[in-house]
Design a protein around this ligand. Sequence first.
Ligand code: 3PG
Length: 306
Amino acid sequence: MNVLIATDKPFAAEAVNSIREVIENAGFQCLLLENYKEKSQLLEAVSDANAIIIRSDIIDAEVLNVAKNLKIVVRAGAGYDNVDLNTATANNVCVMNTPGQNSNAVAELALGMMVYAMRNFYDGSSGSELSGKKLGIHAYGNVGRNVARIAKGFGMEVYAFDPYCPGEIMEKDDVKQVNSAEELYSDCQFISLHIPATAETKNSINYTLLNKMPKKALLINTARKEVINEPELVKLMEERTDFKYVTDIMPSNHEEMSSKFGKRYYSTPKKIGAQTAEANNNAGIAAARQIVDFFKTGNQKFRVNK
Ligand code: 3PG
């Protein structure tokens, strides 16, 4: 079996070694395509692969159709909006993710970005603290739960909205459950986004919702840029000079955002939420093990396409 690691944004070297070990110990061959610049490199590399481990790499119909021997794609991470699930299913390719494996890394970054924004991007002026402030977590999955745990250490009051998460989970974590996004945004000065990019959520973070946030609002996005209605965020930030936005996913209108809202806006140059040695190891090794298990025992526990 040929297992290709195809990562435009490479894993830490130690993670690649560990992934390789899992693959080779199973008697499979490990191929590596890192830091590629052209789609043609990916198309060439997948042509012999029986399995692929990816991150945010785009696996569209063109890629799936040239990968004639492909049986499984594992997204080493949570969100799989970068994979064309319909074509994968039509081509009889199993798609999996590795839920939870990089969530602490993303959550730590979300809190780090809150401190950074509230200390005025470390410009030396007097900022404010997280302690005692209300944090609203929009979607209470693996990342949201880690954000809640860490935010409590900062002394924040934590609220969450997630129609797919049973209330008992929030109750057990001592997080206040609210019943609508509108209520969450109205109550909380800080909102941390953890929703996936789906047909339902794309552009859903809009002017009306954001304008409900109290004074000195801070929106933190470590999820996906597609969930934000970008023109409406611009309109809101033009009207509300108390509103700050920090994001780990550079918006399509980054130049406009920086020039208009320099002191109230920050984007990382490249998505770094899951870019830690620990998260790379956890997600990469999990992906390799899932592939080995899939071929040896048929296990499809983390399959996301039906
Ligand atoms: C995820 O969905 O797991 C995160 O957004 C991390 O993505 P990355 O592997 O591209 O850094």
